[in-house]
Design a protein around this ligand. Structure first.
Ligand code: TRP
Length: 331
């Protein structure tokens, strides 16, 4: 806690286009904290370079990710919106926490294992220590609550372990953060391979629905979504495709799974998929419009980034001077 309010921190990578999985699993929830908490939402560009990026794309996506935060309802006056590399304390604390994070712990991270399989030609040290930098992001702001998708749960547990280890060694330094992981939307799965997570880097464009996809594209992708041969809209582990579509439909309409089963009782998958596609496209339309408006004014986005970085740096400095003193660096 800094001052009177509890602190929320979260981050999104500016790599690839964001999917409805990112939206439903994380970003859509961010604005619910704006009033009661001191909120920091960060575009984590330092994390993005753990895999190769085309410089011009990285730069554009950094603007886009900030614009998307805002288009998803984050008011820059009520939330601290900033870019990770604009506040050097992230990299600095990241290094320090590397020294309090164990090789064995990092080796167990499933995201590391996945990404090193996917990028076998570039298993760099940053990819390995990625979770220590994420811990630094969170711990710099004395964060109480971290809204993330379920895939980040393991990184969050590591963050808590590292914070507790540091506090044990040096006395109270970091707040111990809790995760805020929405269970009602769960994981959004690939539309073509519904047993694996919907990933923004999937090569199959039909597997992934992006927040900024056009209505036509969204409907087309849902039409092609993999289901099963049973032809009944029912939520069940042996029906991963249909269950995933129901999860998405529920998230956009607020209907319960039972309501959805009733609504499509005796109806075919064609009708069901169209309904899901329309609910999704309609739900995203305001976000898409606002995004386009924001991207047309780079200067405004830059002023938001600048103000956000100044504000974040102020809080980061307070933690850093404490950390330096505790570790034994000369002031
Ligand atoms: N690792 C997160 C992801 O891939 C992004 C992230 C970086 C993050 N730092 C963070 C999320 C701090 C929450 C808090 O989605």
């Amino acid at each position: 806690m800094i001052q009177d309010k509890k602190v929320v921190f979260s981050g999104v990578q500016p790599s690839g286009n964001l999917t409805i999985g990112n939206y439903l699993g994380a970003i859509k929830n961010f604005s619910r904290f704006s009033d009661e908490y001191k909120t920091f939402y960060c575009v984590v560009d330092l994390h993005a370079i753990t895999v190769r990026q085309v410089p011009a794309d990285l730069r554009r996506r950094t603007y886009e990710t900030l614009a998307l935060y805002m288009a998803c309802g984050l008011d820059e006056k009520k939330n601290t919106l900033f870019v990770q590399s604009h506040v050097p304390a992230h990299a600095e604390l990241g290094w320090m926490l590397d020294c309090y994070t164990m090789f064995g712990e990092l080796s167990r991270m499933t995201q590391f294992k996945d990404k090193s399989q996917k990028h076998a030609e570039n298993i760099n040290a940053g990819l390995f220590t990625y979770p220590a930098l994420m811990a630094a992001d969170i711990l710099l702001y004395q964060t109480d609550l971290v809204p993330v998708g379920i895939d980040q749960k393991q990184h969050l547990e590591l963050t808590r372990d590292v914070a507790m280890r540091f506090n044990q060694a040096y006395g109270d330094t970091f707040a111990i953060p809790e995760g805020y992981i929405p269970t009602d939307t769960m994981k959004i799965m690939s539309l073509t391979e519904p047993t694996s997570k919907m990933s923004k880097s999937d090569e199959n464009q039909n597997a992934v629905v992006y927040i900024l996809d056009s209505k036509d594209d969204i409907i087309r992708k849902f039409k092609k979504a993999v289901t099963d041969s049973e032809a009944s809209v029912r939520y069940a582990p042996e029906k991963p495709g249909v269950s995933n579509l129901m999860t998405i439909y529920r998230a956009f309409t607020g209907k319960s799974l039972e309501d959805i089963e009733r609504e499509f009782d005796g109806k075919g998958y064609g009708e069901f998929k169209l309904a899901v596609g329309e609910a999704c496209a309609d739900g995203l339309a305001p976000v898409r419009d606002e995004f386009a408006r924001l991207m047309a004014d780079k200067a405004h986005l830059e002023s938001v980034m600048k103000a956000g970085a100044d504000e974040a740096a102020y809080y980061a400095r307070r933690t850093m001077s404490k950390v330096r003193r505790k570790i034994g660096f000369v002031n």
